[in-house]
Write a protein that binds this ligand. Structure first.
Ligand SMILES: C[S@@+](CC[C@H](N)C(=O)[O-])C[C@H]1O[C@@H](n2cnc3c(N)ncnc32)[C@H](O)[C@@H]1O
Length: 255
């Protein structure tokens, strides 16, 4: 099953920028808490854009950034880039001190096998940081459903969740991460949830996501063209308090 939010679409660049603005500070805090050191070897899984791999490369000896689609990882980067499907390809060789995947496994139907392969690729004492959405924990686009514009936003978000589920996404995956990391044998497991209730980048992410999925939402009968146009106007007028799904950041250590 292919990834719903294909990186080859132009909207992907705007989505990556908004994801960075919304979540990088949280991500970097969790990565820094592992005690990241200059001699470490790191693997950024499903990197998407250079944001996290670049941050790691400024602090570590070696960083490998992989993705099924490396379109946005091109150019002269301070890290190695490889095309790699975490669901199907064997992990790259070399024991890693730190492996990080953000908003990747939730989309991968074979996520159990993928998580096991990430754990296997850690050196003893290495850290795994997995961050994933839990759209079922907070399913609303506008938690403050104050009127018709917010109701429409929430209906379109429901359509987005339906499309995600049809592609094999696990909508309550984020909350399971601490248990899954423990079950995989990791120790010192901790996890935290975070989401901005309203921020300018939420509107950028909402517009880019809805524009990217517009055709699929209409074809599946989940929204009409008129509803999508009205929603995008509402997004642009800045009066919706738009929220993303919470990001669950889970960390564990291989003993
Ligand atoms: C929502 S984006 C997140 C990108 C980046 N991790 C971030 O947080 O900014 C999901 C990324 O996972 C990648 N992806 C999806 N399925 C994958 C797979 N099976 N193996 C590797 N990468 C995958 C996509 O191509 C995309 O770049």
């Amino acid at each position: 099953m292919s990834y719903l939010l294909d990186n080859r679409r132009t909207e992907a660049g705007r989505r990556f920028a908004a994801i960075s603005e919304l979540f990088d500070a949280t991500t970097f805090r969790h990565l820094a808490a592992t005690g990241i050191a200059p001699d470490w070897r790191c693997w950024e899984v499903g990197a998407g854009s250079p944001a996290v791999a670049g941050w790691l490369a400024a602090r570590c000896a070696y960083v490998l950034a992989t993705d099924i689609d490396t379109t946005w990882l091109g150019g002269d980067q301070p890290f190695e880039v490889r095309r790699h499907d975490v669901a199907a390809d064997p992990p790259p060789g070399g024991d890693f001190d730190l492996i990080h995947a953000r908003l990747v496994l939730v989309h991968v139907p074979e996520r159990a096998a993928a998580l096991a392969s990430l754990v296997d690729a850690l050196r003893p004492g290495g850290w795994l940081v997995v961050e994933d959405a839990d759209p079922a924990l907070q399913p609303l686009s506008c938690p403050d459903e104050a009127g018709p514009a917010q109701e429409l936003a929430n209906r379109i978000r429901r359509g987005f969740r339906t499309l995600l589920a049809r592609r094999g996404a696990e909508l309550d995956y984020g909350r399971k991460l601490p248990r899954l990391l423990r079950d995989a044998g990791l120790t010192q497991v901790r996890a935290e949830a975070w989401f901005p209730l309203t921020a300018p980048a939420n509107a950028v992410l909402e517009r880019a996501t809805v524009e990217q999925l517009r055709g699929q939402l209409v074809d599946a009968g989940l929204a009409t063209e008129d509803e999508i146009a009205e929603h995008l106007t509402n997004v642009d007028n800045g009066r919706l308090d738009l929220a993303p799904a919470p990001l669950i950041s889970a960390t564990g250590r291989r003993s």
